[in-house]
Design a protein around this ligand. Structure first.
Ligand SMILES: Nc1nc2c(ncn2[C@@H]2O[C@H](COP(=O)(O)OP(=O)(O)OP(=O)(O)O)[C@@H](O)[C@H]2O)c(=O)[nH]1
Ligand SMILES: [Mg+2]
Length: 438
């Protein structure tokens, strides 16, 4: 089964799961096309919870709200906010994107008051690199801080691919720089690395389109956030350490980057007495976040490992030997983290999988951010060298002449002045000229 099929299957199962409880009430503020699409996918998650089929809320904010016409959402708690006066879009101009948001601040504020008041945590979502979304981030953060949401706001940001070109990459970096400098005042930042996810997607689905990729990546983000959110409150647990929703909220409020890893084992292949059956995969999971990866895990402030197994496997797997071997690995990767609980969850639903969610909070940026700076520098260098190479066009066009540029032959009406009038007139003129007469 490839990852698209797996995602669809998991989303369906989760949608049908009975007795689930939600951990945190999320609100999503999607900025621009990419941000709005991801926020819409997140808020369109449905559950079997009575009277709360669609537990999330979203505001989708864009210059051109017609962009959103291809999103087919069902949740009534998804609201569109158009940035008036900028209906044509911001055309990858971040200054214009920022102006559009600032000029419509009151309108957004009203929507916030109307729809987001009861939310425990708000995610600002934007695709880094465009005009509207990227340009609106700072003004949107300001508005949330002004409106009292400052202690419960996080960011979900996509990082562009190398192939998206100089303007997209430099727009992304301009905002990333500002966000990096103020990150200690913000909650968690989740990066969705389009380069990484696209490469993984294309390997498995070479015949699909770019739009298929975007749809997949957005559902993947939505499903990941939702799965994390129900783990903490829907399953029974055993053991002394327990990651509940307040711990999750604490992680989301921890400044720095949040990395999410997931490892799924086939229950039959998991032999607790044979470490080789689970440790190498676990380490691989720790090192590779699913939405973005390549972090210096030593910078993590908090870590959390959550195993979810069925009742039958629980007795077999949750042994002291298993717990200590996982804890040893955590010591190796995050020796200085303030907290690193290992939670043992038990799922009532029949499953032949063992799922593990691993979270690291308070991280520094992923290596991909540095790669983007390198890519920007590389393009600038190449541009400079192109500018300095001999340009044959400049020289050739500068010296380009044409035969008919030469003075034209005077067209005479008569070849000879037979009556001598011309000469007479000339001598007349010079005779009458007297410089002292002036
Ligand atoms: N994962 C994902 N990334 C997206 C999606 N749409 C856009 N992106 C990324 O987000 C970046 C910004 O694109 P948009 O969100 O369309 O730009 P915008 O904010 O609407 O800005 P303007 O159209 O320039 O005003 C792109 O360069 C992509 O890398 C999406 O649906 N999913
Ligand atoms: Mg747009």
């Amino acid at each position: 089964m490839n990852s698209v099929q797996m995602l669809n299957q998991e989303m369906k199962q989760m949608n049908e799961m009975q007795n689930i409880k939600l951990g945190i009430k999320y609100g999503f503020i999607g900025l621009g096309m990419g941000g709005g699409s991801i926020a819409a996918a997140c808020a369109d998650i449905s559950t079997s919870i009575q009277n709360n089929k669609y537990p999330y809320t979203a505001l989708l904010i864009n210059t051109n709200i017609n962009d959103y016409s291809k999103l087919q959402t069902r949740n009534q708690n998804i609201h569109l906010v158009g940035l008036d006066g900028y209906e044509m879009g911001a055309g990858r101009d971040i200054e214009m994107g920022q102006d559009a948001f600032v000029k419509n601040k009151d309108k957004v504020k009203k929507a916030l008051e109307q729809y987001m008041e009861d939310r425990d945590f708000i995610w600002i979502v934007a695709g880094l690199g465009g005009g509207t979304g990227t340009g609106s981030i700072l003004a949107c953060l300001n508005l949330l801080f002004e409106s009292g949401y400052g202690d419960r706001v996080g960011l979900i940001l996509t990082l562009p691919s190398d192939s998206e070109g100089y303007n997209v990459i430099s727009n992304a970096l301009k905002r990333l720089q500002k966000i990096y400098q103020t990150k200690d005042h913000l909650g968690a930042i989740i990066f969705v690395d389009n380069q990484k996810l696209y490469q993984e997607f294309i390997k498995e689905e070479p015949n699909k389109s770019d739009d298929d990729y975007l749809k997949f990546s957005n559902m993947f983000v939505a499903h990941t956030l939702h799965s994390m959110n129900i783990v903490t409150s829907s399953f029974k647990h055993r053991g002394s350490e327990y990651f509940d929703q307040s711990e999750l909220l604490k992680m989301l409020k921890t400044s720095g980057v949040l990395s999410i890893s997931k490892v799924s084992y086939d229950e039959n292949a998991f032999d607790v007495s044979n470490k080789a059956s689970y440790i190498p995969r676990f380490k691989e999971g720790v090192e590779n976040g699913i939405l973005s990866s390549d972090y210096n895990l030593k910078t993590a402030k908090l870590a959390s490992v959550n195993f979810i197994v069925n009742q039958k496997s629980a007795n077999r797997i949750y042994t002291m030997e298993f717990v200590s071997s996982i804890k040893d690995i955590l010591e190796e990767y995050v020796p200085t983290a303030d907290e690193k609980p290992l939670s043992e969850f038990i799922k009532d639903e029949p499953t032949n999988k063992i799922d593990t969610f691993i979270l690291f909070a308070g991280l520094d940026m992923p290596k991909r951010a540095l790669d983007l700076i390198d890519q920007k520098d590389k393009i600038e260098k190449e541009r400079e060298s192109i500018k300095n190479t001999h340009n044959p066009f400049e020289e050739k066009f500068a010296s380009l002449t044409f035969e008919d540029d030469k003075p034209k032959k005077e067209q005479k009406t008569a070849l000879f002045d037979l009556e001598g009038t011309e000469e007479d007139n000339e001598s007349q003129k010079s005779k009458s000229f007297n410089p002292f007469n002036q």
